[in-house]
Design a protein around this ligand. Structure first.
Ligand SMILES: [Zn+2]
Length: 286
């Protein structure tokens, strides 16, 4: 059942999930909440429902019709919208290519590092540029040495193991601009750097979450071996969708378990929760 709500503040959630468009239909009794932000509209409405006794806001990253390309996603609006309904912990499942033969299709990898190879994305709230509604941030430099929430990672890893889906604990997600896939040379280069998986949406999602003091945990599902790690035709979109579809049920189960395993937001004491301690951003965060 989908109930609609427009008023911000009438519906709240503590945990956000930014993921593929198929997920919200699995939540019972969702309330569809439309949210606007100083950065424009997010990818879609927020779909708020109960998971494991927690209030969860699901946001289809590419819009419900999957018509927003990775480089055109309004990442700032997405994270801001989640925070504005009360979200403090975010799970960011995404499809990736494996950069090593042992990371074949169906691998679940919970990265602990991130490399940005995007080219044209707004990736900060703190650039000092005036906002349309008035006001401007200060120029702020936050720490991103460890881009993911350590507690969220542990919850995700334990949840996968609990479902007998042995995850890869750690590794580097390199994010490319897309929407095209990599050339073989790019893919071999990424692999030779020791990076693990390649995707198109993990950046600037993680950065912006940290800038808002949100916990962010990436769960990457390998849907293909990237161009340099195999000898066939290269990656196809059909192949990615097929592998994602065949894993979506267990990924959803692991996400639900992870939601249940996250500590209550108000008791957070991780590095993410302290990201803005002592910093005047110039913005009033929602
Ligand atoms: Zn955290």
């Amino acid at each position: 059942m989908v109930t609609k709500a427009n008023a911000e503040g009438s519906e709240t959630a503590e945990i956000g999930v930014i993921g593929g468009s198929g997920l919200y239909s699995f939540l019972d009794d969702v309330t569809e909440v439309t949210v606007d932000t100083p950065y424009g509209p997010p990818s879609d409405s927020l779909f708020i429902g109960d998971v494991e006794g927690r209030r969860v806001a699901f946001l289809p990253r590419h819009g419900r019709a999957h018509d927003i390309a990775p480089h055109r996603i309004n990442y700032r609006a997405n994270l801001w919208a989640l925070r504005s309904v009360g979200v403090r912990q975010v799970l960011g499942p995404c499809a990736v290519g494996g950069l090593r033969e042992e990371f074949g299709p169906g691998t679940l990898l919970v990265p602990d590092q991130l490399v940005d190879r995007t080219k044209a994305r707004v990736q900060t709230y703190y650039d000092g540029v005036p906002l349309p509604g008035g006001g401007a941030s200060k120029v702020v430099h936050i720490s991103l040495a460890d881009p993911y929430c350590p507690e969220g990672r542990e919850a995700a890893l334990a949840s996968a193991r609990g479902r007998e889906w042995e995850p890869v604990d750690g590794g580097t997600l390199v994010v490319v601009e897309g929407p095209r896939f990599s050339t073989r040379a790019e893919s071999r280069w990424h692999a030779s750097m020791g990076w693990s998986v390649v995707g198109m949406t993990g950046h600037p999602e993680a950065v912006l979450a940290r800038e808002l003091g949100l916990c962010y945990t990436s769960l990457t599902l390998v849907t293909d071996l990237d161009a340099g790690a195999e000898t066939g035709e290269g990656v196809s979109h059909e192949e990615v969708l097929k592998v994602f579809a065949s894993n979506v049920d267990r990924l959803r189960t692991v996400l639900f378990d992870t939601v249940g395993a996250l500590q209550a937001g108000e008791t957070r004491d991780c590095l993410c929760s302290h990201a803005l301690d002592g910093i005047d951003t110039g913005l009033e965060l929602p």
